[in-house]
Design a protein around this ligand. Sequence first.
Ligand code: NAD
Length: 492
Amino acid sequence: MPTAASRPTTSKKTRVEPLWIGGRPRPAASGKTFETIDPATGDALAVVAEGGAEDIDAAAKAAAKAADGPWGKYSAGKRARVLFDAARLVRERLDALGRLEALDTGKPVAAARGEISYVADVLEYYAGAATKHFGETIPAGNPGLLFTLREPVGVCGLIVPWNFPAVIAAWKLGPALACGNSVVLKPAQETPLSALALARIFAEAGLPEGALNVVPGPGPGCGDALVAHPLVRKISFTGSTAVGREVMRGAASTMKRVTLELGGKSANVVFDDVEDLDHCVEKSLWSVYDNAGQDCCARSRAIVHKKVYDRFVERFAARARRIVLGPQFRKGVEMGPLISRKQLERVSGYVDIGREEGCELLCGGRAKGALGKGFFFRPAVLTGAKPGMRVFREEIFGPVVCIVPFSTEEEAVARANDSEYGLSGSVWTANAPRAMRMAKAVKTGNLSVNSSSSVYLEAPFGGFKSSGLGRELGMKALENYTETKTVFFSEK
Ligand code: NAD
């Protein structure tokens, strides 16, 4: 179970954040609530209605009704208008939404604000895309007119994690609504607040009731009910690979379409001809420590040519030790806490495993003193990892990097690809032909050369191997949310 303990609502005075179903707020059918926790203090932040199977059923029915009702009849242009208006409202409320997201996730407020601004960008992109995704006219073998239509899939279940709650919700809401689907969004129990705020914003932007429903709740009992629900035609899931497998199994019996954005253990390959080592170290450092390492694209395996290895490690560890940890609203803070006590235990546990396996810990570990009350973990650097070690193979999802040396390009490729995952990655070199060879050889969904970026709103994003199935973002994402219908008009 996540951070929050389930319990029946006892006090009538406690303000409870309700579910959002059929265009209005409502309590959970069970009357249960849970607390979301401020990760910087460990204190309760809000009490939220805890959705269960009965609420999922109500939300799926409301969504199906919306698809058959006014929402299903909106033209693409009218859907675009709703998305543009929602984006405008998000921008107008940037400060409040940024603060809310910072409190719920623990991330520095500047980062949270940036993410909310990006949510507006995503909604605008898909508002524009609503009128630009269409079928084709095909020269037919028989006399007549042969063409395809792109039609909405129907009710879509959107399941999101806690690391970028509003952003990942927007990645799914934007294309799903642009294509005319209705949705049931299940945020992670650790971070339900921005999703509930987005539901109200969409209602204000003119989205008809039932087109967007938000049901926070646990995975088992709420998320799995969404995956199993017969009215839901598609699941778009972002989360761990282990749960992704369960989602795929659960979706099979009703033949749902699935998109899975899962875990990663991405490689950061640094060649000895890298142009500016200091720049590379700074970017490499944030490519694993950004969002306190709770990033599916984290380059948590740095694979560095032996000629620059010592300098790279020394500069990386020195900078890691200087990273300023602190609560969301303190000036100058570079890194917030981990999301929960469970996550803190998990990350500390992995560092212990690494040491037991024979790695050397150069810096990092559980924060003490005033930060000890929250879930703070100082960025860690491990050296000496061997290919079979758990810290080098498993996704830790915290600020922990393994740095290992290599000698030849072939060895770098072999090490980079020696992973069940393939989500992101970087290659640092001044040699263009080598960069091209590496771009082809590394088995990953996204690769940057001399850069640590992973995600472009305009380009497909997703993973190879156990990192997932399908692609989000860009125009490609619209394919996830439409069915292709072929129509033939006979001339006779
Ligand atoms: P998680 O898999 O534990 O949970 C993700 C979501 O699934 C939550 O909303 C959770 O309540 C729900 N869930 C849990 N069990 C379920 C079940 N049986 N059926 C249906 N839903 C269920 O992941 P998390 O801890 O919230 O997030 C961290 C993971 O997400 C990491 O592995 C990370 O790499 C991954 N992630 C991937 C991407 C990507 O785009 N590839 C982006 C962000 C995070």
